[in-house]
Design a protein around this ligand. Structure first.
Ligand code: ZN
Length: 542
């Protein structure tokens, strides 16, 4: 039987102390549900004594019907000069009415002397009193031994005495904290061995990532006997963050064979990671191990050719085990395999010998040299494949556009106005004007106004994202601008790209690709025969 590991999540407490994270009450409840679905044993909900939102969380979380997770309230040991029954903080903890209470206390003599300014003996009483008092009133009491590893180094005997005081008072789990995150894995393991002499009690580990070792340290502790691991989703937390449970869990489970969550729950990992990023309003970290978007992405042609034969050639596990997926990127490093892989994703059945594959590859290399990039613009890339196979997708032709910006006074907003003249499918001219909050917005409105009588489905298209990137000048060329836009309708989202020395021109190209893609996709869906306007040598955008 693999050894059972109890996961203790502190995303909602330590994680929320991350400088760029602010969870609302609703966010916190969503996170709690996600953690429960992931099979986390303990959810630390916050510090009820510290702010009203945390108090409200503990009331609201009771109504959630969590499947398995036990909710823990967090606080600190009683204040040194107050009787335990009169301590406000401990009273708030009890008011949270959780089955588990976790309290943090000092185990480093330096903190006892310089921070608490009490005697070492008094600190032992503080720990013992607080735990005994809570243990009489709460089902499970966990003691977070703050700065334990620093204390162990400075005064081993005293740090162990602090743990003994907690054990004698009836604590359920002793959690050793590397609060400053400065300890090395071998030191963690050595300390754990010494600590196990303290008594027959369960041990936990709480690591911070200041040396990029929080995950390694957590694993070292488990191998030395710890059965509870504390951490946060995506490793968010104070300073460099906490041990990242999105790595701790698969490492312990897949690489070391511990029993953390079920195989089904493990498949939720990537989704939980992404959702927590979204709720925390943080851009997901692409290169994040296990769950990041790039964790199983292949770009080099050789790699792509190999993973298509056998994914194990460049993937250390099957990405689906953690709910992630394999991706193949198209870039100037690409070989034919990448193009074939993408074509297949878009529903084209091509083989190596198809001349269109070579044509697309040549085109991509040419365009990338100009500053285009297709890794974030899959709709533009699909239009390139379509062009190589059947000719350029073209539902309208630009005759001219004009954009102007006007600002009438310091306090007034800038108003953009666009005039567009396009040749429509029946040969007539569409000539429209529209205003917008910026040039792209105005162009988009004017273009759609012209096309709408022929293509009413354009009504549902929305622009979701607009990214402008200035690519530095080099080799005597002018600096160029790359524009990426993300559009969407009720059926999904797509991204397109444009490049020019002029930002409006680049935006126009991306906009035209977006609209052409939408019309093309709808038609393809309706199995209609497409009309193509084949023009050799013309750019596939703009
Ligand atoms: Zn911490």
């Amino acid at each position: 039987m693999p050894k059972r590991i109890h996961l203790y999540d502190t995303t909602l407490r330590d994680g929320a102390q991350s400088e760029d994270v602010a969870f609302t009450l609703d966010d916190k409840l969503r996170v709690a549900e996600l953690l429960d679905g992931l099979g986390i044993a303990y959810i630390e909900g916050g510090w009820p004594g510290s702010n009203p939102r945390d108090e409200e969380f503990f009331r609201a979380v009771k109504r959630l019907n969590l499947r398995r997770a036990r909710v823990a309230a967090f606080g600190s040991t009683r204040r040194a000069n107050v009787a335990v029954a009169d301590d406000l903080n401990l009273r708030q903890l009890l008011k949270a009415e959780t089955p588990v209470v976790t309290i943090v206390g000092k185990t480093w003599d330096l903190h006892v002397r310089d921070d608490l300014k009490i005697s070492k003996e008094q600190n032992l009483e503080v720990i013992a009193d607080s735990i005994r008092y809570l243990k009489e009133r709460v089902d499970e009491v966990i003691f977070d031994a703050e700065h334990f590893f620093d204390g162990f180094k400075a005064d081993r005997e005293y740090s162990l005495k602090c743990l003994e005081a907690a054990v004698d008072a009836g604590v359920d789990v002793l959690v050793l904290c590397d609060t400053r995150g400065g300890t090395m894995p071998d030191e963690i393991a050595q300390a754990l061995v010494a600590v196990r002499e303290v008594g027959a009690v369960a041990f936990g580990i709480h690591c911070h990532n200041d040396c990029e070792l929080a995950v390694a340290n957590s694993i070292a502790a488990v191998q030395a006997g710890a059965t509870q691991v504390q951490g946060t989703i995506n490793g968010i937390g104070e300073r460099c963050g906490n041990a990242n449970l999105c790595s701790v869990i698969p490492n312990l489970q897949i690489k070391f064979g511990y029993d953390c969550v079920s195989a089904e729950e493990l498949k939720e990992l990537a989704r939980v990671s992404r959702t927590v990023y979204e709720l925390a309003n943080i851009e997901p970290f692409k290169r994040q191990a296990w769950v990041g978007e790039s964790a199983f992405a292949h770009k080099g042609g050789l790699h792509v050719a190999a993973v298509q034969k056998n994914a194990a050639t460049y993937e250390h596990i099957d990405p689906e085990i953690v709910g992630n997926r394999q991706r193949v990127l198209v870039s100037d490093l690409s070989g034919r395999s990448n193009v074939l892989y993408k074509a297949k994703q878009f529903g084209y059945d091509l083989d190596y010998s198809n001349p269109a594959v070579k044509a697309v590859l040549e085109r991509v290399k040419q365009l990338e040299a100009m500053g285009f990039q297709y890794e974030g613009a899959e709709a533009s890339f699909q239009l390139l494949i379509e062009e190589a196979l059947h000719g350029k997708v073209s539902h309208f032709r630009l005759k001219s556009f004009r954009v102007s910006d006007e600002k009438l006074g310091d306090a007034d907003p800038v108003l953009a106005e666009a005039t567009v003249m396009v040749e429509l499918p029946d040969g007539s001219l569409g000539h429209t004007v529209a205003q917008g909050n910026g040039p792209l917005n105005a162009l988009d409105k004017a273009l759609r106004k012209a096309l709408m009588p022929f293509f009413p489905a354009l009504e549902s298209v929305e622009l979701h994202d607009y990214k402008v990137r200035v690519l530095g000048a080099h080799d005597g060329t002018d600096a160029v601008v790359r524009v990426l836009i993300e559009s969407g309708d009720e059926e999904g989202r797509w991204s397109t790209v444009g490049v020019s020395t002029n930002v409006i021109e680049a935006s126009w190209q991306a906009l035209v690709d977006s609209i052409e893609y939408k019309l093309f996709r709808d038609e393809k869906k309706a199995h209609r025969v497409l009309e193509h306007d084949v023009k050799a040598g013309e750019l596939p955008v703009g």
